[in-house]
Design a protein around this ligand. Structure first.
Ligand SMILES: *[C@@H]1O[C@H](CO)[C@@H](O)[C@H](O)[C@H]1NC(C)=O
Ligand SMILES: *[C@@H]1O[C@H](CO)[C@@H](O)[C@H](O)[C@H]1NC(C)=O
Length: 210
C-alpha cells in the first residue's frame, strides 16, 4: 500500500509549505525514521472509505527492498497478499486471483516522513502522541515516550492503528513469492496508474477477480 501511495506523496511533497516554526527558532519534533526491518500488526478501519475492518500484518524490509501487507478481512478466511518490490512491481493476490501492478518508484525509504509538518501533541488511542501531516495526505501519530508509531490516517478516511510493532521482525523468503497463478498466461496484469491502484486499495477492493 505504501508503495502505491508513494507517487501521491511525491506529488504532495512538492507542495510542502515552509514550516512556520523553523523561522521562530525552536525546531519542532521530527518523526522518528522507521527501523530498516519491522513487523507491525495494523488494525485497519476502512468504513469511512466504503470498506470494512481489516487486520494487516505489515512486514517492512528495506534492506531486501520489499514490503508486504498481509490483509485479513473481517470474517474472511482467505487473506490477501500485497507484496511490493522496490523495482516497482507489486503482486496483489489471494488463493484464487492475482493482480500485478507496476510503478516506477520503489518501497518507501525509512525516512519517508522527512519534511512532514508538525501539528502538535494529541492523545490518540490512549497514547500521548506527536502528530505530523504530509500535506493533508497522511496524518502520522508517534508515541511521545517510546517513539513508536501509534496510528496513521489517510486523506480518504482510512485509519490504521498500530497494535504491535516488532523492530527487526522479518518474514521468511518463501512467503514473499507470488504464486504461479500470478504468472499464468491469463493472469490479470493491470497496468493501472498509481492513483487508480491506490484508490482501489484504499477503498478496500484489493483484488480483481476475472
Ligand atoms: C471505524 O471508523 C468509523 C468512522 O470514523 C467509526 O465510526 C467506527 O467507530 C470505527 N470502528 C472501529 C471498530 O474502530
Ligand atoms: C521485480 O522484482 C520481483 C521480485 O524479484 C520480480 O518478480 C519482478 O519481475 C521484478 N520486476 C521487474 C520489472 O523487473
Amino acid at each position: 500500500l505504501l508503495l502505491l501511495l508513494l507517487p501521491l506523496l511525491a506529488v504532495a511533497a512538492e507542495a510542502v509549505p515552509p514550516n512556520p516554526a523553523a523561522a521562530g527558532g525552536s525546531a519542532p519534533p521530527v518523526p522518528t525514521p522507521w527501523p530498516e526491518q519491522f513487523h507491525a500488526v495494523m488494525f485497519t478501519n476502512l468504513t469511512e472509505s466504503g470498506g470494512r475492518l481489516q487486520l494487516i500484518d505489515l512486514y517492512y524490509d528495506w534492506p531486501r527492498g520489499r514490503n508486504l501487507n498481509l490483509i485479513h478481512n473481517q470474517l474472511s478466511g482467505d487473506p490477501t497478499y500485497d507484496v511490493e518490490w522496490t523495482n516497482g512491481t507489486s503482486y496483489i493476490f489471494d488463493s484464487a486471483s492475482c493482480r500485478t501492478i507496476r510503478f516506477p518508484v520503489g518501497v518507501l525509504p525509512p525516512d519517508w516522513l522527512h519534511g512532514a509538518v508538525y501539528l502538535g501533541r494529541e492523545s490518540t488511542d490512549g497514547f500521548d502522541c506527536h502528530l505530523w501531516t504530509k500535506v493533508d495526505f497522511v496524518w502520522y501519530y508517534e508515541d511521545v515516550l517510546t517513539h513508536r508509531p501509534v496510528r496513521w490516517n489517510f486523506f480518504n478516511g482510512m485509519q490504521q492503528h498500530v497494535m504491535s510493532f516488532e523492530v527487526g521482525g522479518v518474514l521468511e523468503d518463501s512467503h514473499w513469492q507470488a504464486p504461479s497463478h500470478c504468472f499464468a498466461d491469463d493472469a490479470t496484469a493491470a497496468a493501472a496508474t498509481g492513483t487508480d491502484a491506490a484508490s482501489s486499495l484504499l477503498s478496500g477492493h484489493t483484488s480483481t477477480r476475472g
